[in-house]
Design a binder for this molecule. Sequence first.
Ligand code: AMP
Ligand code: ZN
Length: 503
Amino acid sequence: MTQLTLYNSLTRRKEPFTPQDPKRVTMYNCGPTVYSYAHIGNARAAVVADVLFRVLRHIYGDEHVIYARNITDVDDKIIASAKELGVPISEITQKYARIYNEDLAALGCLAPTHQPKATEHIGNMIAMIETLIEDGFAYASDGHVFFDVSKYDDYGKLSGNTLEQLRGGDRVGEGETARKKNPADFVLWKPEAGGVGWDAPFGPEGSNMKGRPGWHIECSSMAKATLCDDDYGNTIDIHCGGVDLKFPHHENEKAQSCCANGTEKFANFWVHNEFLNMGSEKMSKSLGNVTLVHDLLKKWDGEVIRLALLKAHYRSELNWSEDLLRESKKNLDDWYTILGKIGGLKSDSINFIGNEEIESLKFDKHLLDDLSINDGLSQFSATVNAANVAFQKYIKSKTDDASTTLHLFRHWITTNANLLGLLQKDPEEWFRGNTSAGDEAKITALIDERKTVKAAALAAKAAGDKAEMGKQFSRSDEIRDEIAAMGIVLEDHPDGTTTWRKG
Ligand code: AMP
Ligand code: ZN
């Protein structure tokens, strides 16, 4: 059985990953707060989770992995933005949730199995908070409900904080601190704002305390609702997100979930990706140094951006730059070029077992070793280069053996690229980029005409009709110039076909 090893932030070491049930592997990833566009740092977290999702599907089978990534659609920033624009919050959240999904799809991220929205789970959140109050883990105070961190012995275990440290580093405003028993207590329920609130029985003797959930309880409730049930239990296999979420968000999710559900563990594995930096600083909305995925996609293909995001190990920081994008574009152009050459060959029934050398190039071993994609990419490039060498040999020899080798290479390249979510396009489509439908039709017509003109020129030559030959050749030159003026390069293939791409 293929064994995945992952670095677990909870134990601070790499461990073999074993799901509780190989037929139902569960992972949760904290999704976006939808009040504006996602930046490329947010995309890094989503792409890392997507690769993990793909690797788990590779090991356990597509239908046995359940991935939940939520949408936070109620939050102070959303309320502030709705107020500023004078629109209901749903108008903002629906728009940005849609854009988020479109942007991630362009980056090759598979749709998660579940995408719960916080506003659709308010009832679950209220029920969880009620349990926490009943069992003495939470208390109501001045229109709020707080989690009492002193009641959970393991508080701080995930992030490495102690309650002492947290007391010392308390940055909570005076009014807020006055409402709490301990400065590190965090909010589960807070008063309604901007007309956004739900009835909840947290007031004295179960009276109404209209309000809205804190951010942390949202994820605890949505993870439970989408991934857990009585048979499965309340511990999920993997929880992921960026390192900035480790504290307080994940520490608090863990505390609430374990106490409300009566479990020792909320997630068996905690997987955190490092930051994407702009210069020497973390990219973040609050620092104002963001590059939006939406804007990048206007200039770069989603696969270029995705490859750039995969160039560093997920637990290393990644310095973002144009150079990184240019280098990734060059890699993909090279890979698509060779794939286009091999793909153009006629494929008869090929037995994919047989070439031990290619079979032994185990690509997934890199991914199985704590998602070491960066190491895998070197092997990937080297194999594509080897395929290119094999192609040159094939052109010379045209033997069946050489053809089989090429098909094996193609199989290797496409299967492993699927694991990375790369090379998902047809090579021709890749090189055509965003050529308009009108230009495509024009180019195809010119290529067809060029073929006819060439044939006519050859026929004229055979018949010794020099005048006709000259006429056909000069039309052929005109066609070549017209095509070149459109920035298009033609490629003639050994089987007589011609393809085109952007130059
Ligand atoms: P947010 O919308 O800020 O809650 O972030 C959504 C996801 O992106 C979370 O998993 C964050 O940890 C992650 N994230 C935010 N900024 C960065 C960054 N600069 N580099 C990597 N991940 C980030
Ligand atoms: Zn979360």
